[in-house]
Design a protein around this ligand. Structure first.
Ligand SMILES: [Zn+2]
Length: 127
């Protein structure tokens, strides 16, 4: 059975990429890099943090990459949907493909329209 590992990350004000509990992403990747895993996903992570997170993952691991990013933020008791348009999400996703992503979905603040826009972008993308 394929094993995927997901990390939720954030970019701190100093530019460092951390897991949500404050551990550097690089340490998280190093902790699983020797395991028999098939894909590392940056998940439940703000769209703006994906690119920096991917760059760290590929410095520390050489397998398949994926992401499902989110838009907006949690304010108890509910998710506050971000202003991320479907077209903008698809445009960001094209950059993730260029960085090596092979699996892309959507997390909090995205919906079927975002996934449809991803599909449209993939259809139009040169192969
Ligand atoms: Zn999420």
């Amino acid at each position: 059975m394929p094993v995927w590992v997901g990390f939720s990350t954030r970019v701190d004000p100093d530019g460092s990429v951390k897991l949500l509990d404050g551990i550097p992403l690089a340490e998280g990747v190093d902790a699983v890099a020797e395991e028999d895993i098939d894909l590392i996903s940056i998940m439940h992570t703000d769209v703006k943090a994906i690119e920096k997170s991917f760059k760290i993952v590929v410095e520390h691991w050489s397998g398949h990459l994926g992401t499902y990013a989110h838009s907006g933020r949690w304010e108890d008791p509910e998710w506050i949907y971000g202003p991320m348009s479907e077209a903008t999400y698809a445009c960001e996703a094209a950059k993730w493909l260029d960085l090596g992503a092979q699996v892309i979905g959507g997390c909090c603040g995205t919906g079927p329209e975002h996934i449809r826009a991803l599909g449209d972008m993939l259809q139009q993308r040169p192969r």
